[in-house]
Write a new protein. Structure first.
Length: 583
């Protein structure tokens, strides 16, 4: 047996893990029959990078990452011929360099002797020198090495398509509604079009896009990716390939490729880097052709951890006070794409226990979770929010999640469920949290019933995080600093001379945007007795409700945003762009 130190001891001695966390991770690993490292990462105690560094120390093998410049393939050695892309992806390995008869290979588990032996056979007897890295970093490096990554993927597919279809002539007449279905299917299933669509999808996923916009104009096609809430233009397909690309997307989504006059919605799934990714497709006819928007639903990128989605400690406490009540209404408001579903599922993930019966009705079901009975709305057959809710009440539920309250019937059914001993969580489209009270009263809910059942109303927005690798210190206008401190409602107010603010700069790691990822800002109003009395007596009097919330120590979206700026998470400019005065 080797005298190498155990992984938990290395992590403990390095100061990245506490003794209490070690015990919890050990118990979780034993219960789930997983490795200690996997359990510690799942519990949120450590990152994959910290585990890889510890394994490096434990086994005495080099640690390779993009930061230390070791996870980089040596050019000019034809390493792609030694280890194929398919093998590299299947086994999560990356050839780094060849030194005489020794091949350096990055992998996640250097102790996997079967993999090392297989690599020796695959490389005709080369000696394998393992390097340890994380799965995410290796897969990213594979993308860059084997496919040249980034925009080059689309350009490469377009160049191939342009060469192969030069002899195909397209005659398009906007007023001609005749469609040659055979020709459309043939074009959509051509190798060039298939490769082009695959390249667009792959690039969007690599760039962490949430949406793909593909639209046609009189003389050109525009392709844009929404990354961290902002649209960025990318290299678009040629105009003559546009119809083929749209037809290919329709075939994947099982839509009618002959229908160009009416909107269509569909879905399909793809597998990228061993991740199952769903795409929600919306096609809308315009004067220049059809516009396609694809929403990317990457379940693997969603972390349902209430401690990591942006709540301030007081806000999380208030939200969970409402969510742990045996009955009542809890509403979360915000525009489409503001992360409401992720927040509600993070809350459910926190309060979920086998002793409670959880049921959800959504349109669509974006996140599938064990322990929840999830139902998809199907309006065409009569399965609406209200119809499902009525059925739920006969299923002995404890907690009900309603994707959205859109009409009077759904609102009244939610209220009935809350009044009969169920906790109901749902969303509304309003500009702020307390406007949900006005909206519910407008939908026909009696104020005296709402006052007795409403537990929490909250609102959220997403703001971009400053890139940690390139953000730079700057000195804002003193008036802006004064406004930030005043509206942040921090008590005690911080000393302006001791605050450090940052602004975006841009580097290779953030695609020159200065931002990387997003976090949420919230306003969370726990309905206290004074607010119940106001709703009962005055209905939706927002001024009175805001004053009561302020007296209870609760704050607004704008205040939450300023706190993020003071903490260096985002910039003053971002908060000013996402919130308005009075929020």
């Amino acid at each position: 047996m080797s005298d190498k130190p155990e992984l938990p001891e290395i992590l403990l001695s390095s100061g990245v893990l506490t003794a209490e966390q070690r015990e919890k991770a050990a118990r979780a690993a034993a219960a789930s029959k997983s490795s200690f490292g996997e359990a510690a990462v799942k519990l949120g105690f450590l990152t994959d990078e910290a585990i890889a560094v510890a394994i490096s120390k434990q086994l005495g093998v080099p640690y390779a990452s993009r930061e230390n410049k070791i996870l980089k393939v040596e050019k000019g050695q034809n390493l792609e011929r030694i280890i194929s892309e398919a093998y590299a992806r299947d086994h999560c390995v990356l050839p780094l360099f060849l030194d005489e008869s020794v091949l350096a290979v990055a992998m996640t588990n250097p102790e996997d002797m079967m993999l090392v032996d297989n690599l020796k056979l695959l490389t005709s007897g080369l000696e394998i020198q393992p390097f340890v890295s994380t799965r995410a970093q290796i897969l990213k490096a594979i993308d860059e090495f084997y496919t040249s990554g980034g925009q080059g993927m689309i350009e490469k597919s377009m160049a191939s398509a342009a060469i192969s279809v030069d002899d195909v002539q397209e005659v398009e007449n906007a007023g001609d509604t005749r469609v040659d279905l055979d020709q459309m299917v043939k074009g959509a299933e051509g190798v060039q079009i298939v490769s082009l669509v695959n390249a667009i999808l792959k690039q969007a996923i690599n760039e962490r896009a949430s949406d793909i916009h593909l639209e046609s104009y009189d003389e050109r096609v525009m392709l844009r990716f929404r990354i961290d809430g902002v649209l960025y233009e990318r290299m678009a397909p040629l105009k003559k390939d546009f119809n083929g690309v749209v037809s290919r997307i329709k075939i994947l989504s099982k839509l009618d490729i002959a229908e160009r006059r009416l909107p269509q919605d569909g879905t399909f799934s793809i597998k990228v880097q061993n991740r199952n990714i769903d795409l929600r497709v919306s096609i809308c006819p315009t004067v220049f052709g059809e516009k396609v928007v694809m929403r990317i639903l990457d379940k693997g990128a969603v972390e349902l951890n209430i401690d990591k989605i942006g709540f301030e400690p007081r806000q999380k406490e208030d939200f969970l006070v409402g969510a742990r009540r045996p009955h009542g209404l809890l509403f979360l408001t915000g525009p489409t794409g503001s992360g409401k579903t992720t927040t509600l599922y993070s809350v459910l993930n926190t309060i979920k226990t086998p002793e409670l019966n959880f049921m959800t009705i959504e349109d669509p079901v974006e996140i599938k979770m064990e322990g929840l009975n999830q139902v998809q709305v199907r309006s065409a057959i009569g399965l609406t929010f209200a119809a499902a809710l009525r059925s739920f009440l006969r299923q002995d539920p404890d907690v009900i999640l309603v994707g959205e309250v859109r009409d009077q019937e759904t609102a009244q059914t939610c209220l009935r469920a809350a009044l009969t001993g169920h906790l109901v969580l749902s969303t509304l489209h309003t500009n702020d949290a307390l406007s949900a009270v006005v909206r519910l009263i407008d939908l026909g809910i009696e104020p005296f019933l709402l006052s007795s059942s409403l537990c929490v109303v909250a609102a959220q927005r997403l703001v971009r995080r400053l890139c940690p690798h390139c953000k730079k210190v700057f000195t804002p206008d003193p008036k802006d600093v004064e406004m930030c401190i005043r509206e942040s409602q921090l008590n005690p107010a911080p000393d302006p001379t001791k605050l450090t603010f940052f602004e975006p700069r841009g580097c290779d790691k953030c695609a020159r945007t200065g931002y990387s990822g997003r976090t949420a800002i919230y306003e969370v109003f726990l309905v206290v007795p004074e607010m119940r009395e106001i709703i009962y007596k005055y209905g939706g009097d927002l001024a009175r409700l805001k004053d009561a919330a302020a007296r209870a120590g609760m704050w607004t979206l704008r205040a939450s945003g300023w706190r993020k700026a003071i903490a260096g998470v985002t910039s003053l400019e971002e908060i000013l762009g996402v919130t308005i005065e009075g929020d």
